[in-house]
Every structure is written in structure tokens, then in C-alpha cells.
Design a protein around this ligand. Structure first.
Ligand SMILES: *Cc1c(COP(=O)(O)O)cnc(C)c1O
Length: 422
């Protein structure tokens, strides 16, 4: 293997030998610890992306690392042709943690979404009595649920869809954060599910009205339609509570405080469920829904393997023991207050929005302009890594193990860089 001694060398290799399906910032990372990343030249950065919220627990968390190393030396993969001694304990742990009867473990987020779609359709035919092959699932405009052919079938991102057809049928797209539109769509014959991101992360951190999720769930329940929450990015403490559907509930684990918690019929988790160590995703539901899937009807060679189960269980323990939801909630308020001041002072920053430590600053320029990219390049130069989304939006989502002092230092960097663009 060619040994990497400079960033330029690593970039050239990726450029020559790798598919160009991403457009990364020109930073080559070789080490991470907590909220920090280091590039191959040894420069240190604050991470404000957290691998799209997969490393909420911080990079290379020692407790998850040790659990993983221990399990690697014992057993990694059996397939589900046999039982293994970690899957059952993991399934009990995660279902109790989130308050559901059953779980179906997969690997990537997109697989979790695919699983939820299949589950909802099958439930629709076998429990709701929908005519075979006519089920419909309602989705939101500007959704992001992954990259499989079925998932991009109901995306409205032209770049994600162009030349990848033909697409999968059976989806109805309605505006986000629009209850009347949802109620109208729910009247359509054959609707079995409503798939929603509690906050639209990839679209640019769009937070719906405070009561949107609760009203959406009520509307779904009234029509016997499954409310399916994709919390792959918003879940696991990111938005200042265990799940975004917890609303403003601040408790450490699962609870059912009725006034704040909107319980999904199907909950999809991924990303931070394993703290960035290993791809794990999970679909949670109660028994009456999950039991429509029988042996041989769905699966994955790696899904539910003992290594993934161990890593995910430990990563969830860390979230609870280190009170990461509370920290995200507290630091998020400080971050938005400081960024609001920046937006009030410098016209180049238009507005700040978000919840917990999932936030975005909208840059006052067209989506086609390079301003947000240029700001991110300058932030990197100043030791902070963030990535633009949709041209003029910068998402700020650090690991949740950040301290208040570190957050203030980061806000100073962001303020300094934004002021220099004015
Ligand atoms: C990242 C993400 C996915 C897809 O997860 P992958 O692991 O990349 O397949 C799905 N939904 C949401 C909301 C996401 O943020």
C-alpha cells in the first residue's frame, strides 16, 4: 500500500482511483479524538459535521473502542442462519431503551428506511386490508432518506434522481410542515404510511412547527396509517432529547410523557446508534406491526451480527451515561444565541435555525454562489470543519461531548471568519 505523507498525495489517489460521487473539502484526516480531528500534516480541527451526526459520542470513544476490540477477538459474524449470544441482549436493550416491542437490525440507514417501507406495505396488505400492489406511502418534499433506487424514487432532488430511473411507484409527496396537505393525502385510497424526518437535516435543517409531529401522528392514527419517523440523523440525543419525537422532554432515556412525546408506529435509527464505529441501523415497532414479517421475507447477511450488536449497545450506554441529550440541549441554546448575534451584526449571515446541536446558518447569497463553500474553506483554515449543504446553507453539528468552553472557542472562530466575508 502506498503510504500517505501529504494531503495532496491522498487527494490525488482518490481523484484517480475513486468514483467521483462526492465533492469533499480538500482536507485529509488521519486521526480523531472526541471533538477533534487531525489531518495528515498534523493540523487540528474542531469537527462540526460529526460524519453527518454518526459520531455524536465523539471520535474513537474509548468505551466503544474497548467493547469493539473485545468482541472482535471473540466473534464477529455468524449470519442469521444461527443464533449468536449478543443479538438477543442487544434487542432487549434497544427495545427497552426506546420503548418498542421489537427491533429489526440492519446495517446502513438506507437499508433501515427500505425495511420500514417494506414493513409498512406488508402491514397495509395483511392488517389494513389494502388491495395487493396498490399501497401508497406519503413523504415530504425535500426529503432525504438515502440513496437506493426506491428511496430516490420519492426524492425531488433532481441531481439525486437524474438518469437513475425507472423508479418505484407508490409514493405521494406533500409539502413539509403542512397538516392540511397531509390530511388531504391521507384520504387517498390505499395509504399505509407517512414517512417523515422530524427535522429535515440534509435539506438544510428545517425545523417544523412545534406541534407538527403530534398533529401529523394524530391525523395518521385517525386514518389507520402508520406514522414512520426517520430519526437516522435527528435521533440519539442530537437535537437535545433522546429522539426528536420526544419534543421538549429532557429525561435521559425513553419516557412516555404524553404532552411532549409523539410515539412513531415505526422508528428508524442509524448513524450514531454505533458512534461511528460500524454500520448499524435499526427499525423499531410494536409486535402487531413487526410480526407481519416472517422467516425468509427480509434480511441481511451482516444485520444483527454480534460485533454490530455490541458496538451499538455500548454506544447507546454512552449516550445515556454521559447525558449527551442534556449537553446538546444546553450547548445548542448557547450556539444559536451566539450565531443570532453574528446574523444580527453581519448581513452575510442571514439566519440561524435548528434544535439541540443540529443547527444551520443560512448565508445571504444565492444557492449557486460559492460563498458558503468559501466560508467553509476559511473555517477549515482556522481549524473548524463544516460543510455547505444546498449551496448557501452551512450545517453546524459538532460531537455532543463538546464542552461549553470549546463551544465558545468555536463560535469565536465562526464569528471571525464570517466577519471577514462582510
Ligand atoms: C443519512 C441518512 C439516511 C441514510 O443513511 P445511510 O447510512 O447513509 O444509508 C437516511 N435518512 C436520513 C434522515 C439520513 O440523515
Amino acid at each position: 500500500m502506498e503510504r500517505i505523507t501529504s494531503s495532496q498525495q491522498a487527494i490525488s489517489l482518490e481523484d484517480q482511483y475513486g468514483a467521483h460521487n462526492y465533492h469533499p473539502l480538500p482536507v485529509v484526516l488521519s486521526r480523531g479524538e472526541g471533538v477533534f480531528l487531525w489531518d495528515v500534516e498534523g493540523k487540528r480541527y474542531y469537527d462540526f459535521l460529526s460524519a453527518y451526526s454518526a459520531v455524536n459520542q465523539g471520535h474513537c470513544h474509548p468505551r466503544i473502542k474497548n467493547a469493539m476490540i473485545e468482541q472482535v477477538g471473540k466473534l464477529t459474524l455468524t449470519s442469521r442462519a444461527f443464533y449468536n449470544d449478543m443479538l438477543g441482549p442487544f434487542e432487549k436493550y434497544i427495545t427497552e431503551y426506546f420503548g418498542f416491542d421489537m427491533v429489526l437490525p440492519m446495517n446502513t440507514g438506507a437499508e433501515g428506511v427500505e425495511t420500514a417501507l417494506k414493513l409498512a406495505r406488508k402491514w397495509g396488505y395483511e392488517r389494513k386490508g389494502v388491495t395487493e400492489n396498490t399501497a401508497k406511502i406519503i413523504v415530504a418534499e425535500n426529503n432525504f432518506h438515502g440513496r437506493t433506487t426506491t428511496i430516490i424514487s420519492f426524492s425531488n432532488d433532481a441531481n439525486a434522481r437524474k438518469s437513475f430511473g425507472p423508479f418505484t411507484d407508490g409514493f405521494i409527496r406533500i409539502p413539509y410542515n403542512d397538516i392540511p396537505a397531509l390530511k388531504k393525502a391521507l384520504e387517498i385510497e390505499g395509504v399505509v404510511g407517512f414517512l417523515i424526518e422530524p427535522i429535515q437535516g440534509e435539506a438544510g435543517v428545517y425545523t417544523p412547527a412545534e406541534d407538527y409531529l403530534r398533529k401529523a401522528k394524530e391525523a395518521c392514527s385517525a386514518q389507520n396509517v402508520l406514522f414512520i419517523a426517520d430519526e437516522i440523523q435527528t435521533g440519539i440525543a442530537r437535537t437535545g432529547s433522546l429522539l426528536a419525537v420526544c419534543g421538549n422532554c429532557t429525561c435521559e432515556g425513553h419516557c412516555e410523557q404524553q404532552e411532549t412525546y409523539t410515539k412513531p408506529d415505526i422508528l428508524i435509527l442509524g448513524k450514531a446508534i454505533s458512534g461511528g464505529f460500524y454500520p448499524v441501523s435499526a427499525v423499531l415497532a410494536d409486535r402487531n406491526i413487526m410480526e407481519v414479517i416472517k422467516p425468509g421475507q427480509h434480511g441481511s447477511t451482516f444485520g444483527g451480527n454480534p460485533l454490530g450488536a455490541t458496538v451499538a449497545m455500548t454506544a447507546l450506554e454512552v449516550v445515556r451515561d454521559e447525558k449527551l441529550a442534556q449537553n446538546a440541549r444546553r450547548l445548542g441554546k448557547i450556539f444559536r444565541a451566539r450565531m443570532q448575534k453574528v446574523a444580527d451584526t453581519y448581513p452575510i449571515a442571514k439566519l440561524v435555525r435548528g434544535k439541540g446541536l443540529l443547527n444551520a446558518v443560512v448565508i445571504n447569497d444565492t444557492p449557486e454562489s460559492s460563498t458558503a463553500w468559501d466560508i467553509c474553506m476559511k473555517l477549515a483554515e482556522n481549524g473548524l470543519l463544516a460543510k455547505p449543504t444546498h449551496g448557501n446553507i452551512i450545517r453546524f453539528a459538532p460531537p455532543l461531548v463538546m464542552t461549553e468552553e470549546q463551544l465558545h472557542e468555536c463560535c469565536d472562530i465562526i464569528e471571525k471568519v464570517i466577519s471577514s466575508f462582510n
